[in-house]
Design a protein around this ligand. Structure first.
Ligand code: PAF
Length: 283
C-alpha cells in the first residue's frame, strides 16, 4: 500500500491506475478504524479494481467545543489494517494540504445540513460536504463507500452528489455491530465499561420500535414514545433526539407505512453516540 501525503502525488497515482484501465473505489475515513470501516473497504474491493482509502481528521466538521484535538489518532494500526485488506493507495494529508491559508470555498447542502445532527452540531455537515467534495475531485472515484450508521451524512452526501453532478456512485453499506448490538464507532473508545453497558440502550430502543412496528403500530408518536421510554429507563443516557424521518429529506414523518428511518442520538458519558434503523414500507 502506497501512502500519499500530497494532492499532486495522489492525482498522479490515481492517473496511473486509470491508465491501466482500473475502476477506482474510495473509502474516506478519519482513521481510528474498526470493522465498520473495514466492511466499506471489503465492499470497495469486491466492486472495484483498485481501492483508495483516505485518513484525514477534518477540522472543518468539528465545532469549537467538540473533540477534534482528542479524536483518536491511531495511524500505524490503521495502516496495518488497510494493508491487510488489500488497499492500494492511502491518502493521508495534513490539514494545510487540504486547507491552505486563504481557503474560502465551502459546500453547503442547504436545508438538509441543519437537520438531525446538523441541528446540534452547526456547521458539521458543511465541513463533511466540503471535505468529501474535495476528496471526490482529488481522487475521481467510480464508486464511493459510506456507512449507513451516519444516516444524516449519507442523506447530505447523496444530495450533494446529485446537485453537483459528481460522476460517481455512492454505495451505502449496512451498520456493523459489536456482538452485543452496539453500533461500531470510533467514539466507542471514549466509553468506560459502565458507559458501554448504558450505551446498549440505543440499540434496545430501536429494537423496541421495530417490535411495535412488527406488531402493527404505524404512527410515529406512539413509536417514538416507546423508544424514549427505553432510553429513559437507562441511567447515564441523555437523549439528544429520537425521531422518525424520511431517509432522503430527514423530515419528520407522521407514520412508517411508506418506509422510514428511525434515528437516535444520545450522550453516554463523554461520548455522543448515534444509531438508526431503516424500516421498509408496509401497509
Ligand atoms: O464519516 C466520516 O468518517 C467522515 O465524516 C468523513 C466522511 C470521512 C468526512 O470527513
Amino acid at each position: 500500500m502506497r501512502i500519499l501525503r500530497t494532492i499532486a502525488e495522489t492525482r498522479a497515482a490515481v492517473a496511473e491506475l486509470r491508465a491501466r484501465g482500473c475502476t477506482v473505489g474510495l473509502v474516506a475515513t478519519m482513521g481510528a478504524l474498526h470493522e465498520g470501516h473495514l466492511s466499506l473497504v471489503r465492499a470497495a474491493r469486491s466492486r472495484c479494481d483498485a481501492v483508495i482509502a483516505t485518513i484525514f481528521v477534518n477540522p472543518l466538521q468539528f465545532g469549537p467545543n467538540e473533540d477534534f484535538s482528542k479524536y483518536p489518532r491511531t495511524f500505524e494500526t490503521d495502516c496495518a489494517m488497510l494493508e491487510r485488506e488489500g488497499v492500494d493507495l492511502l491518502f493521508a494529508p495534513e490539514p494545510a494540504e487540504m486547507y491552505p491559508p486563504g481557503t474560502s470555498t465551502v459546500v453547503e447542502v442547504q436545508g438538509l445540513q441543519d437537520r438531525l445532527d446538523g441541528q446540534s452540531r452547526p456547521g458539521h455537515f458543511r465541513g463533511v460536504a466540503t471535505v468529501v467534495a474535495k476528496l471526490f475531485h482529488i481522487v475521481g472515484p467510480n464508486q464511493a463507500f459510506f456507512g449507513q450508521k451516519d444516516a444524516a451524512q449519507v442523506a447530505n452526501l447523496r444530495r450533494m452528489v446529485r446537485d453537483l453532478n459528481f460522476p460517481l456512485e455512492l454505495v451505502v453499506c449496512p451498520i456493523v455491530r459489536e456482538p452485543d448490538g452496539l453500533a461500531m464507532s470510533s467514539r466507542n473508545r471514549y466509553l468506560s465499561p459502565e458507559d458501554r453497558r448504558h450505551a446498549l440502550a440505543l440499540r434496545r430502543a430501536l429494537r423496541a420500535v421495530e417490535d411495535r412496528i412488527a406488531a402493527g403500530v404505524r404512527g410515529a408518536a406512539p413509536l417514538i414514545e416507546a423508544g424514549l421510554a427505553v432510553m429513559a429507563a437507562e441511567a447515564g443516557v441523555r437523549v439528544e433526539y429520537f425521531r422518525i424521518v424520511d431517509p432522503d429529506t430527514l423530515e419528520d414523518l407522521p407514520d412508517v407505512s411508506r418506509g422510514a428511518l428511525i434515528v437516535v442520538a444520545a450522550w453516554v458519558g463523554p461520548a455522543r453516540l448515534i444509531d438508526n434503523v431503516l424500516v421498509e414500507s408496509r401497509n
